[in-house]
Design a protein. Structure first.
Length: 307
């Protein structure tokens, strides 16, 4: 007979064995909870000061469709992306929990550029806007390497105008007054009023500065958080510049163009193809990955290639 049954005299019926299995399972779960929460003895007789095993994270919240406390609006979180998989693995579950705790209905779109041109954050956001569907009514232009740490940050519907969550007095890196990068919320109506973002910015930087001029040209006012006391520790910046270099290359023509306002292009002329659209879950958090092939007119913007 099995060794465990040798501990008990005579024969055991099925019912006592079932009860014994339940008790053993309950005891195992209780031990796991106590050992990872720090309220019981350390596993394996560890001494005080040695970290206990971490508790598994709680399951992400799912917004009930018929719950009025979540509000009528739905956010499309647009995340321009290329090859930052370690940041993506941290970003998706974190933001899903953060927004769910704030009772904000949302859909996370990972805008993955898979062509061979230089990275174009603005064009990816234009594509994400066009592909986000009619069930969302406002967007967040959100960097994948920036996580909000302060739960008082507002991600709600920006009815009054564009709302810059990562404002200059809070962002860990960029502190000039006209900065609107990092995390910016807009209603879809306001984004269309600006004709989206310029598609001429290949490589890193300057597209958000041009978009600030579009916002002002559309007669909109940028709003920013108030009452946030955490300063430059309001966000966690995941990017490691030593590990992942910025594409800051500028050819002569591009240097002249980068400070101009693009009065012709935006949502109306972004050229792209969706290679694939995949709904997946990252650590229990849902998101949609769009594999995007951007197109470039090398006569108009020859700096879109690495040549």
């Amino acid at each position: 007979s099995p060794p465990l049954l040798r501990l008990f005299p005579g024969r055991l019926s099925a019912f006592p064995l079932f009860l014994l299995a339940l008790l053993l399972g309950f005891a195992s779960l209780l031990w796991l909870q106590l050992s990872c929460s720090g309220e019981g003895p350390s596993p394996g007789g560890q001494h005080r000061g040695v970290p206990r095993q971490p508790c598994p994270p709680p399951a992400p919240l799912q917004p009930p469709e018929d719950e009025p406390s979540w509000g009528p609006h739905r956010l499309a979180l647009l995340v321009p992306f290329r090859e930052r998989f370690e940041e993506l693995l941290a970003f998706v579950p974190y933001m899903h929990r953060f927004l769910s705790k704030k009772r904000i209905r949302h859909h996370i779109f990972i805008l993955n550029q898979v062509d061979h041109f230089r990275f174009n954050r603005a064009s990816l956001i234009n594509v994400g806007f066009l592909e986000s569907g009619n069930d969302t009514d406002y967007i967040a232009m959100h960097d994948v390497d920036l996580l909000p740490l302060n739960e008082h940050l507002d991600y709600s519907f920006p009815e009054a105008g564009p709302f810059h969550v990562a404002s200059p007095e809070l962002h860990p890196l960029y502190h000039y007054n006209t900065y609107v990068g990092g995390i910016l919320l807009l209603t879809k109506q306001h984004y269309e009023l600006c004709n989206g973002m310029s598609n001429r910015f290949w490589g890193w930087g300057r597209e958000d500065d041009e978009f600030y001029r579009r916002i002002k040209g559309a007669g909109l006012q940028v709003h920013r958080p108030s009452g946030i006391t955490t300063g430059y520790e309001t966000f966690q910046h995941l990017h490691d510049p030593a590990w992942r270099k910025r594409d800051q290359k500028r050819i002569a023509a591009q240097k002249q163009e980068q400070f101009k306002v693009d009065r012709e292009g935006g949502l109306n002329n972004v050229r792209y193809r969706i290679e694939s659209r995949t709904d997946l879950s990252v650590a229990g958090a849902p998101c949609t990955v769009l594999n995007i092939l951007l197109d470039c007119d090398t006569n108009e913007t020859p700096w879109c290639t690495f040549g």
